[in-house]
Design a protein around this ligand. Structure first.
Ligand code: SF4
Ligand code: SF4
Length: 58
């Protein structure tokens, strides 16, 4: 399953967008939007690099 971002936790740092090798995220109004969910390989990099644990992979 593609990632979900908990907006109430997200600080808008942009790290997930920077780090995702598949270009799944785009930042919109400083919040990550999952624009290409089908590209997600479930590598876990975004989850591991989010400092506030705002990303969930199910
Ligand atoms: S890395 Fe986490 S806090 Fe930063 S923009 Fe992404 S979801 Fe939000
Ligand atoms: S799990 Fe990997 S491929 Fe999927 S959104 Fe996160 S960094 Fe990108």
């Amino acid at each position: 399953m593609p990632p979900k971002v908990k907006e109430e936790s997200c600080t808008g740092c942009g790290r997930c967008e920077d780090i995702c090798p598949a270009g799944v995220y785009e930042l919109v109004d400083k919040k990550p939007n999952v624009k290409d969910p089908d590209e997600c390989t479930e590598c876990g990099a975004c989850v591991d690099n989010c400092a506030v644990e705002a990303i969930v992979l199910e």
